[in-house]
Design a protein around this ligand. Sequence first.
Ligand code: CP
Ligand code: NVA
Length: 316
Amino acid sequence: MTAENFNAPFKGRSLINWINYSPEEINQILDLSFIVKKQAAAGEIHQRFIGKTIALIFEKRSTRTRCSFETAFGEEGGHPVFLSSQDIQLGAKESVEDTARVLGRMFSAIQFRGFSQNHVETLAKYSGIPVYNGLTDDYHPTQVLADVMTLKENFRELKGLHLAYCGDGRNNVARSLMIICSKLGIHFTIISPQELFPDDKIISICTPFAKVSGSNITISDKISLVKGADSIYTDVWTSMGEESLKKTRTALLNPYQVNDELMQMSEKNSCIFLHCLPAVKGEEVTHEVIEGKQSRVWDQAENRKHTIKAIMLSTL
Ligand code: CP
Ligand code: NVA
């Protein structure tokens, strides 16, 4: 398979979260991500989005997601249009439905980063074009494709790996990791204080996927469960929009900091550290771990671009 004969197998589909993608489909996009990364490393120039446009709607800040979408689309000859909450009427003076219908007449695709999962779903329902969820309060699907790509680069085979996520177990990243790990046969452990355990709904969504793939999903407040982990992952203690909770979160999550001691508790020298970034060094992760030899966070950040390009190539 090459990127040229890949031929957009999921043409017209949105990426709201990975729930509606089969493991085979996810693996297909993952394969394309590796091809796209190789092409970039070889300095190849492709123009696969000529004549196409994408609306990049951002209600929340972003470095990696915005830059990945904007550069991946632009360097392939497409025209990305950045729209912050200051620029667009979305949900303020104009309903999300109406905005979706108008953008659908003008663009080839939409990326949405914001608060409400309902907004990204409404955009997908009414626009008639592919909509990509670039992060909501509930999910961060493009992130976790880059995460599994990084795991694959390091371990080759995803099935049977053990990923331990330490921190806020109910946030968008933890929930999305649970979905993709359960689909792809990666054992997934969330280690967090009980107050921050993921909701039952996401667990019941993922349980049947895990049954099919052979993945074990474990939720616990015991950090000793990092034992045997191939990768330890964390995210910020307070996500965007939750700034007022910072004090209580810090008190709750202090014992869950990823530091050298915790990394050693994996009892695997091959264990790698992952973080979606941005990181608050000294809170959820120490400077030593994120800058240390087990850290793969910069590869992981780079992989955002390759995976996002592959998602767009597959669906546009
Ligand atoms: N990981 C991630 O989504 O980063 P940004 O917030 O910078 O896009
Ligand atoms: N959970 C974090 C992820 C940032 C990429 C947030 O929502 O702020």
